[in-house]
Design a protein around this ligand. Sequence first.
Ligand SMILES: Cc1cc2nc3c(=O)[nH]c(=O)nc-3n(C[C@H](O)[C@H](O)[C@H](O)COP(=O)(O)OP(=O)(O)OC[C@H]3O[C@@H](n4cnc5c(N)ncnc54)[C@H](O)[C@@H]3O)c2cc1C
Length: 322
Amino acid sequence: MKRIAVIGAGIGGIALASNHDVVVFEKGRGVGGRMASRYAHAFSFDHGAQYFTVRDPAFAALLAPALAAGAVAPWTGSIARIADGIMTDLAEPRDRHLVGVPNMNSAVKALADGLDVRLGVEIAPLRGHTRQGRHLTSTDGVDHGLFDWVVSTTTAHQTMALFANNAPNEGALCATKMAPCYALMLGFAEPIELPWIAARVSGSPIDWIGINSTKPGRDTSCTTLVIHSTSHWAQARLGQDIELLGVELAQALHQATGIDPDLAVFRAIHRWASARRLPQPNSRPYIDPLRQLAATGDWTSGSRVEDTVLSALDLADSIERE
Ligand SMILES: Cc1cc2nc3c(=O)[nH]c(=O)nc-3n(C[C@H](O)[C@H](O)[C@H](O)COP(=O)(O)OP(=O)(O)OC[C@H]3O[C@@H](n4cnc5c(N)ncnc54)[C@H](O)[C@@H]3O)c2cc1C
């Protein structure tokens, strides 16, 4: 049997591991990656991915047990379009929007159930491999053993750093550029009545407003908002004082919706350095049968959860055939 190590316990790494006998290494304290959730005081926020769609039967099959167990559920309601402070549209989405319950990362936790996931292990750049395999070492110097295949599901940039001398010189893995995003989280002690669960915003530093507390399984006695900046706005402000950027986004929220951000009793801001890939042609996952190295992620076919999962399943099949 092949000994396979997967680096990264986001949805891609966990989807890949579901088909194999593998060990998953994750530098964070929990699984989920960018399907992230933060808990603060009485509030919880999904400050990364907001929802996901399931169009492909392979993803539907993978997700079926989590849906049946209630760890994934539809997020229903109307989505507004707000342009220059005016609501121009209010409609139910065409596709079903799914979320983790009670938090976005619960979806990944459910898929990871029963897998060998080692948390808090940051894998160091790889060294060469021998006929016996390749040793994986973490940045604290601990040796995690020999593996036949090493698969990175980290971002393209992180994968290039991990593969070090073994990295390819051309192809999508090298060429991918990611865009940043700032996520402002606001917690209000009272419910705020709005006709929408989320809004797509234009003519503003804000791209998206999600009313987190309208998702299934959340506390509805309060209101939690997740506000995502546009990539363009974030890119132009990288390195600036993050708290001041939070103030700017809060003002933009007021201009777009009339919601008074000063009524929030909790405020935090998070910077996603690599939120989504910039437009580029789609590619297959990376696989090097000679070095027994492979990589997948949202750099292959799009920055959506479903794209990431389908690429991971594609790569799992390719490794199986090797
Ligand atoms: C702000 C934002 C909003 C988004 N909104 C949506 C949305 O609404 N709908 C949607 O479908 N998608 C959305 N996405 C995209 C979606 O979140 C991603 O496409 C998907 O979660 C990527 O999963 P992944 O497993 O490929 O990578 P990640 O989730 O990034 O997982 C990679 C993991 O690798 C770990 N790692 C990195 N380096 C190491 C190392 N050296 N050793 C060990 N572990 C390591 C990281 O800690 C991380 O957990 C959004 C993303 C962001 C940031």
